[in-house]
Design a protein around this ligand. Structure first.
Ligand code: ZN
Length: 289
């Protein structure tokens, strides 16, 4: 993971008080080596001050710093975006749309719009990294079980795959949480292919879907105390996070999983979280709808 600047609350307030300051910062985040035309790759451009866009000298395409990112065609001021990014990055309990609306004095709809896009940027950013080495893996179930319905692997509750990589001293490094439709080998293989480097070792319980996985070594637990410790800690922490901020239950859990993972994966450098999240937003892909 690359380095990022440490920005304190005081720095933040003075540095990002104007639209121009925010735009300039986003530009540096998005084009750290200088402008590159997204259409033709040319580096030569004119800056069109009235349109606040770069025009490519070669193909004449105009590109604003927000074009093609989650901020695409936003009507909200960049200063509001920056505050939302700051609050999302620094509040480790997570911030709800209601809380954000109150703090930024924007409508609930605007706060929701911001959070959906910021979480999408978090998701995009973490897709750049794969877990590697020794990776604990398990599944967990979200939402309350319906009365009289099955618990455990056959349940109708929503399911998520949990994977945590560890260092040689068994300390947790990075985490990935993903909603899954079922716990078949095919589904777990898709999770592995998307999130874990080839030839890593998967530590798991003795469930029948794991031994069939390809591209990784599978090391089933011996059912000793402490086995799969970090996935269980992760599951407990995620459920507490969900309960504390979002009251435990929601339609689509994946954005909350992405938010939780983004912060967890950068937990050792809290002062860099704003810079990391603003970079994630500046380099994200636009939402389709
Ligand atoms: Zn061009």
């Amino acid at each position: 993971m690359s380095k990022a600047a440490q920005i304190t609350f005081k720095d933040f307030r003075t540095r990002f008080a104007t639209e121009d300051a925010c735009r300039e910062y986003l530009f540096q985040d998005r084009f750290p080596e200088g402008f590159v035309c997204p259409k033709c790759g040319s580096r030569e451009y004119y800056y069109l001050k009235t349109r606040r866009s770069c025009q490519c000298r070669h193909c004449r395409r105009q590109t604003s710093v927000t074009a093609g990112t989650v901020m695409h065609r936003t009507h909200l001021p960049l200063t509001v975006w920056f505050w939302a990014i700051y609050l999302c990055a620094t509040d480790k309990r997570g911030i709800s749309a209601k809380g954000l609306a109150r703090q930024l004095e924007v409508s609930y709809e605007s706060a929701w719009y911001l959070l959906v896009r910021i979480r999408s940027a978090m998701h995009d950013r973490d897709q750049n990294y794969l877990l590697e080495g020794i990776v604990e893996m398990d599944e967990a179930y979200l939402g309350a079980p319906k009365r009289g319905k099955k618990r455990g692997r056959g349940t109708e509750r929503k399911k998520m795959a949990v994977a945590v990589s560890k260092d040689e001293k068994e300390r947790p490094l990075f985490m990935r949480l993903q909603m899954i439709p079922d716990v078949t080998t095919g589904t777990l293989q898709t999770v592995i292919n998307g999130h874990v480097k080839q030839d890593s070792t998967i530590e798991c319980d003795g469930y029948k879907s794991y031994p069939g996985l390809e591209g990784v070594k599978v090391n089933p637990s011996k059912y000793q105390v402490g086995d799969l410790k970090w996935v269980h800690v992760a599951i407990g922490n995620f459920k507490a996070f969900l309960l504390g901020t979002y009251h435990g239950s929601c339609g689509d859990y994946q954005p909350y999983l992405d938010e939780f993972c983004f912060r967890y994966n950068r937990r050792f450098r809290p002062a860099q979280l704003f810079a990391r999240l603003s970079r994630a937003v500046a380099t994200s892909c636009a939402l389709l709808n």
